[in-house]
Design a protein around this ligand. Structure first.
Ligand code: ATP
Ligand code: MG
Length: 160
């Protein structure tokens, strides 16, 4: 596993993974990256995870939860849109995969979570990006199936 700190830049829709990145070669390595990343989080932090199906968003979040001493097992809230956990801070785990219109997030009162003193971890954040707090951390994940590397993931962390 190699960990490289990424430069601060604004969110670019045409995200290019050729820049500095973290590379993991197993789910456990991605867990460990998430666990280490958790050390940066403070009450009120919002983390937007952006990456394809199976790119490791939930795995990374499980690692973050481990780092925040979350007591519950973290599983993707695919049907409920949000799971709440108890850890060092309250943790709100969102999964917006099934959302059809970004404005649906208001129906679950998401702003109350985004501007709360808990930590928000948001899968499929790109679907609702315009509705997220500007002050957030973005995590880009990419799987490398096409390159024939089944267990390799590229991860980029950007703090806006
Ligand atoms: N280096 C790696 N990092 C993370 N997951 C990996 C890695 N190598 C293989 N995997 C596997 O890839 C899958 C990642 O699944 P995960 O649920 O974390 O992805 P996801 O981005 O949350 O997917 P979804 O979009 O369906 O929510 C798991 O089956 C995991 O075992
Ligand atoms: Mg997931």
């Amino acid at each position: 596993m190699s960990i490289v700190e990424c430069e601060k830049r604004s969110c670019a829709p045409d995200f290019d993974f050729s820049e500095k990145k973290i590379i993991t070669n197993s789910p456990e390595e991605t867990l460990r990256v998430g666990e280490k990343f958790a050390g940066r989080l403070k009450p009120g932090s919002v983390v937007a995870l952006i990456g394809d199906l199976g790119s490791g968003k939930t795995t990374f979040i499980k690692g973050v939860c481990r780092g925040l001493n979350v007591v519950e097992e973290s599983t993707s809230p695919t049907f409920t849109l949000i799971n709440e956990y108890t850890g060092k801070f309250p943790v709100y785990h969102f999964d917006f995969y099934r959302i059809e219109k970004a404005s649906e997030i208001y129906e679950i009162g998401s702003d109350e979570y985004f501007y709360d003193s808990g930590v928000c971890l948001i899968e499929w954040a790109d679907k609702v990006i315009d509705f997220l707090p500007k002050n957030r951390i973005e995590i880009y994940l990419k799987n490398c199936y096409r390159e024939g590397l089944e267990n390799t993931r590229k991860i980029v962390v950007r703090e806006l």
